[in-house]
Ligand binder design. Structure first.
Ligand code: GLA
Length: 387
């Protein structure tokens, strides 16, 4: 990939003197969805697919961005002195946001870059192509400008950029999973205090299969912020009767005892998902450690049902993919992954059943939805690195 990236750089910026090549992964979340901004647990892992960048430090403060995925946008030009959100800068608002956020946190980036990105994560798929480019940019700034910043801090700065520069109130999961990725391991993260633990993902004769609905999110981001404020409102009402900081502090029993104070049926469902999903995540990691992959799969299925019925973030595309997956032989667990409203599902499928799975689910999806889904058998990879 290094040679390919250098070739791209040559094409766009004419010579490759002093160019370095970096990579940051995408991520898939196995369980613990919409829990990260509720102080709960998540269990994501980094993938071997992700975003590459060929980059050279400039002598001045100019920034020139180019993406092989959006060649029609051409070279997008900016400057370290003009790091403001601009609609016409389109995808480049992600790297710009990170450079801005580094400055806001007193990390000094004093020279600009020429940079060519290429991502092999399907865009808008819910595998965090945006967090991947953010963490990658933070990592490049660290390496090229000698910033004294660790990977967790890079993830926090990237999340800050997404929240404050790009206006999506996401939690920490995606940026953390990408920055801290470890080959063949998932990351059990407590988002209330960022304590984390790596758990080997030993699937035996099963594989991780991602099905991409190809339904673009569209209104998804505003719905995401809406779910977040619904949870905040439910928490506010619960706090009048229990001493908690987040929904993640509640057990299921405590929630059932106090939920009537929320009063609103929709808000109760949203909070119920956050509380129960948090517990499911803890139980799923225990099941995995006990090598009970069946139980892990059943918890994944229950997670989807809760996201469909209580949190209401699935939609017909994701439901069709998951519900058809449940009917296939050799499927251990299947659920939507990421924010929802389109994007991908994650499936654990016995190796021998993978081909039939892709064929059957693909056919049923196309028949019902009218266009194709894409399937990827993925591997779990490391965090950012220089190639
Ligand atoms: C998106 C956000 C994450 C997380 C998930 C839902 O991926 O970026 O912070 O909230 O949705 O679990």
């Amino acid at each position: 990939m290094k040679e390919t990236m250098l070739k791209y750089f040559q094409e766009v910026f004419q010579d490759t003197e002093g160019v370095k090549v970096f990579f940051a992964p995408g991520r898939v979340n196995l369980i613990g969805e919409h829990t990260d901004y509720n102080g709960g647990h998540v269990f994501p892992c980094a993938l071997t697919i992700g975003t590459y960048a060929a980059v050279r430090l400039r002598k001045d403060r100019k920034l020139r961005f180019y993406s092989m995925n959006f060649t029609e946008k051409g070279i997008l030009t900016s400057s370290l002195d003009d790091l403001v959100y601009k609609k016409e800068d389109d995808w480049a608002n992600y790297p710009k946001g990170v450079l801005w956020a580094l400055g806001e946190h007193s990390y000094k980036v004093e020279r600009g870059f020429d940079i060519v990105y290429f991502g092999n994560i399907p865009n808008g798929s819910g595998l965090s192509s945006s967090a991947s480019i953010e963490v990658l940019t933070g990592y490049i700034a660290k390496q090229l400008c000698g910033l004294n910043i660790d990977l967790i801090k890079i993830s926090l700065v990237s999340q800050y950029a997404e929240n404050k520069f790009n206006g999506v109130n996401c939690g920490i999961m995606d940026q953390f999973a990408i920055a801290m990725g470890k080959k063949d391991h998932a990351i059990f993260l407590d988002t209330s205090d960022l304590q984390y633990e790596y758990a080997p993902l030993e699937l035996g004769d099963a594989r991780l299969v991602i099905a991409c609905s190809n339904k673009k999110r569209g209104l998804g981001d505003s719905k995401y912020n809406e779910r977040r404020s619904e949870c905040e409102e439910a928490l506010k009402r619960l706090k009048t009767v229990v001493n908690i900081n987040s929904l993640g502090d509640l057990s299921e029993e405590e929630f059932e005892l106090h939920k009537k104070v929320i009063q609103d049926a929709v808000l109760i469902k949203r909070a119920k998902h956050a509380v129960y999903e948090n517990r499911r995540t803890v139980q799923a990691v225990d099941a995995l450690k006990a090598k009970n992959i069946r139980k892990f799969g059943l918890l994944m299925n229950a997670s989807h049902v809760s996201l469909r019925d209580d949190y209401e973030v699935t939609g017909i595309e994701l439901d069709t993919l998951v519900e058809t997956a449940w009917e296939q032989g050799g499927v251990i667990g299947a659920r939507m992954t990421g924010a929802g409203f389109g994007g991908c599902t994650v499936n654990i499928v016995k190796k021998d059943g993978v081909d039939a799975f892709i064929q059957n689910v693909g056919k049923a999806y196309e028949n019902k939805i009218g266009y194709k889904a894409d399937f990827y058998v993925v591997e779990i990879g490391d965090g950012p690195k220089e190639l």
